[in-house]
Write a protein that binds this ligand. Structure first.
Ligand code: HEC
Length: 159
């Protein structure tokens, strides 16, 4: 009977350790801050700073994980969101997109800026520095349209 008690205690410890590991111990997806954003595009400094402040956390490898990203179940939400965002538009992989894909993404960037769709409201809530983004929204939209036009050879058509 006594023997069984020890085994139970050990089993409980293993379960607790496993639980803590899943909660706090798993590594977060990799970051690579040295990768430049929008390599090959003509980006004015004002637009560059908007992208760095408001977009690169999700749309590049230069992700600063918030403290709560270490804690499940928030971790699952945050990491999945960033993975989805990187897949949709990765500013650090810009040179790998075809001209047509770049054109589409630039047009989408102008759209999401105009329509206040990005950054997502939950992100703005947690990042007070992004509030300023609303003032820079127009600059981002104008630039994205202009860059899309430049790619298309000036006539605005899809390359
Ligand atoms: C908190 C993370 C987060 C931030 C910050 C963020 N985005 Fe996004 N973005 C996403 C996610 C997630 C998606 C993919 C949505 C989907 O697939 O449903 C997305 C999609 C997009 C798309 C659509 C791409 C396509 O294929 O049509 C564009 C464009 C975009 N974001 C631009 C921006 C810009 C510009 C900023 C900064 C001003 C920004 N995002 C900031 C998470 C983010």
């Amino acid at each position: 009977m006594k023997e069984l008690g020890w085994w139970r205690l050990l089993g409980l410890c293993v379960i607790v350790a496993l639980f803590l590991f899943v909660m706090f111990g798993l590594p977060l997806p990799a970051t690579a801050p040295q990768r430049p954003l929008l390599a090959g595009a003509e980006v004015p400094p004002a637009v560059q700073s908007v992208l760095e402040r408001s977009c690169q956390d999700c749309h590049s490898y230069n992700t600063t994980w918030p403290w709560y990203a270490r804690i499940a179940p928030l971790r699952w939400y945050v990491t999945r969101d960033v993975e989805k965002a990187r897949r949709a538009l990765n500013l650090a992989e810009w040179e790998t997109y075809s001209p047509a894909e770049k054109h589409r993404l630039l047009t989408r960037m102008a759209d999401v800026s105009r329509l206040h769709q990005m950054p997502p409201p939950a992100y703005i809530f947690g990042h007070r520095e992004v509030i300023e983004y609303h003032a820079d929204r127009v600059a981002l939209e104008e630039w994205a349209k202009q860059e899309a036009g430049r790619l298309a050879g000036g006539d605005g058509s899809t390359p």
